[in-house]
Ligand binder design. Sequence first.
Ligand SMILES: *[C@@H]1O[C@H](CO)[C@@H](O)[C@H](O)[C@H]1NC(C)=O
Ligand SMILES: *[C@@H]1O[C@H](CO)[C@@H](O)[C@H](O)[C@H]1NC(C)=O
Length: 402
Amino acid sequence: MSMFSRFAMVMFLVVAATAATNDFEVVEHLNKLNKPSMKSIKSPDGDIIDCVHISNQAAFDHPSLKNHKIQMRPNYHPEGMNFDNMKVSSETQETINQLWHLNGKCAKGTIPVRRTKKEDVLRASSIKKYGKKKSVSSVAQPTSVDLDLINQSGHQHAIAYVEGEFYGAKATMNVWDPQIQQSNEFSLSQIWLLGGSFSEDLNSIEAGWQVSPDLYGDNNTRFFTYWTSDAYQATGCYNLLCSGFIQINNEIALGASISPISKYHGSQYDISILIWKDPEQGNWWMQFGKGNVLGYWPASLFSYLTESASMIQWGGEVVNSASDGQHTTTQMGSGHFPEEGFGKSSYFRNVQIVDGSNSLRAPKDIDTFTEQPNCYDVQTGKNDGWGSYIYYGGPGRNPNCP
Ligand SMILES: *[C@@H]1O[C@H](CO)[C@@H](O)[C@H](O)[C@H]1NC(C)=O
Ligand SMILES: *[C@@H]1O[C@H](CO)[C@@H](O)[C@H](O)[C@H]1NC(C)=O
């Protein structure tokens, strides 16, 4: 064998070995995420929804949740303890539309889990990063001292926020399908409940809708959650892509596509999200729509949020990769500015917080923040029908945002 072919042979073996390890690691990761299911449902959008026994869910892989006793209902609800209106199973009709509902249901005692496919993991830059936000710039930092640095991160926000001591938050937001310029960007609209400072130890609980081609492999609008207890570093993830969130509901799949979507100058469709802290156990519960209690983030996942949230934010976030030296054309919300108002701009209405006496009420002293108002902007208002409301969003690149 010549020197060259010997070298080529060695290189070939090295490459083959690396590929095999990666492949093994990917399969191992998939086995960890995709628990054995009682039934699988094929959604029209290509997703597979696995009905996983509730006690088999990934949450219980978390070291601090090994002996966790699952809580099947909250001890407290800020809208009143009328459990007849609250459901964790599919005994009554509800009009929340997740595409996979067209093809089946998950039985009581199971939870619907969006199956992670091999290609989902392979789209991530590494197995470790799959299902995770990239950095602390994933949250708007209106009170940070170093605005310039944050501004350069590429993450752009248009949010309304309040500071204080909070035990929950609620809002109804309309749902859109913003255009994404390139697959490593995303556009999301959500509620953030934050604890701690904007440094290494930031705690965050998040929920809303998003379009993220890298995460899901398509441009569908999907319902999602996120949590972290260390500023998006080692802990936390989207949906059920790591252990943490405990789901009890058999109807709503985290990460599944939602429809219908609002139309510019046409019908508006919105979803309601309520997140609140159970004063007895300290767990953070989430409700989707009218009375669909989804599950909870155990207090033990967090540090600051074991007490209360110190900031609540409502609004949008996009990644501006500025790959061609110009601002991205990725849209936020409807892709239109707040000035356009109802039917055109994206909104959060009936924006509320849960206060120190565990009551829902309109927030006082609501502020706004956006890095570049000519790209994405935000406005707040108040009226009888909508209480406190927010219009937010924008087109990204335009003559005033080059
Ligand atoms: C998402 O939309 C963009 C254009 O907005 C398109 O270029 C891209 O191919 C779409 N991606 C997928 C996975 O459908
Ligand atoms: C962010 O950067 C843009 C463009 O350089 C600038 O116009 C804007 O004022 C900056 N925003 C903040 C909050 O510093």
